[in-house]
Design a protein around this ligand. Sequence first.
Ligand code: GMT
Length: 374
Amino acid sequence: MKVAVLCHASAGGSGVVAAELGLQVARAGHEVHFVGSAQPFRLGGQGGMHGPYFHQVSAYAYALFDQPYPELAAANTLTEVILEHGVELSHAHYAIPHATAAIHARAISGRTRVMTTLHGTDVTLVGLEPAFRHTTRHAIQKSDHVTAVSRYLAQHTQEVFGLDREIEVIHNFVDSDRFVRVTDPAVRARFAHPDEALLVHVSNFRPIKRAEDVVQVFARVASEIPARLLMIGDGPERPRVFELAQQLGVIGRTHFLGSFPDVETVLGISDLFVLPSSQESFGLAALEAMSCEVPVVASNAGGIPEVVEQGVTGFMADVGDVDSMADAALKILRNRDLYLQMGAAGRQAALTKFHQSQIVPQYIRAYERTVMGA
Ligand code: GMT
């Protein structure tokens, strides 16, 4: 099969899933062409005979235009790739602008089928903005096949857009060879003292991630046991979160690592992952932590309960309930048996329910069905 993939290149869950999937599909012998404004960061020069290839969307700035019209440019480059390489399926990750661009390219080329994977904020945030509501709904309705990364997201999409079309649920996956426990004490010693509990948070620091709650939870934990917090990622809320860490007197034990590329190593040495989001369709970073045997303390928002099992791989509390989250964190960190049990259960879930060998074939089957028009 020849597949074109459109995704956001910046550090976000949908781009990570698109890049990892593209690599796996190429390794399975299919020809994969990424089309975008920049190469997805997780792709990082990897690939083989079947790609993934990368085709840069050409931008054109004209004095009359007050913006570069990325959807039109993406549709144009995708059309070229479809015609030149005989692409049979365009896989759009994220509805806006990728599914709209893919549908446009399908109409222009008169070829290819469109499969759209919904990741979360494309429906729950961007898609519900009046500025994008009709175009998002149209993109979902007119895709030949639609998948969502959780049952929650599939159901929520049907509800908010009043759709009755099928949305297949294909959960996200993790590379469990890469996301593993790091046992070398020298690596951990770079970030924490041996007696300290190491908490970690990974996000793009947008308001829905509630990164301030992470610091609130950490301050309560650090007032009871020696602990340190690693904050990975960057985004609009980071300065406020930094300020809060100062106000709560934990700034010396909170480290903002920015867009740290080696996220698997940091997760691999950590003791607890904290994800207090107000919205989360899945929570890929939580799954990556689980694969590294790290228990998760999270909110129960959206699709998180499909990833984290209450009392088994971590604990969940209502959004904003930082006291319950801090209690749960302390319960895990003070009880070594519970901590080890939860870490092992997380790893087991990553290996059995969310392993790439289970999930990638689901996508390939969906590609085949979509191309055959079934
Ligand atoms: O979490 C983010 O803000 C990034 C966002 C994205 O669109 O790239 O992530 C979404 O897709 C991920 C991969 O499928 C999911 O694991 C995240 O839960 C989802 N984020 C939200 O729903 C807020």
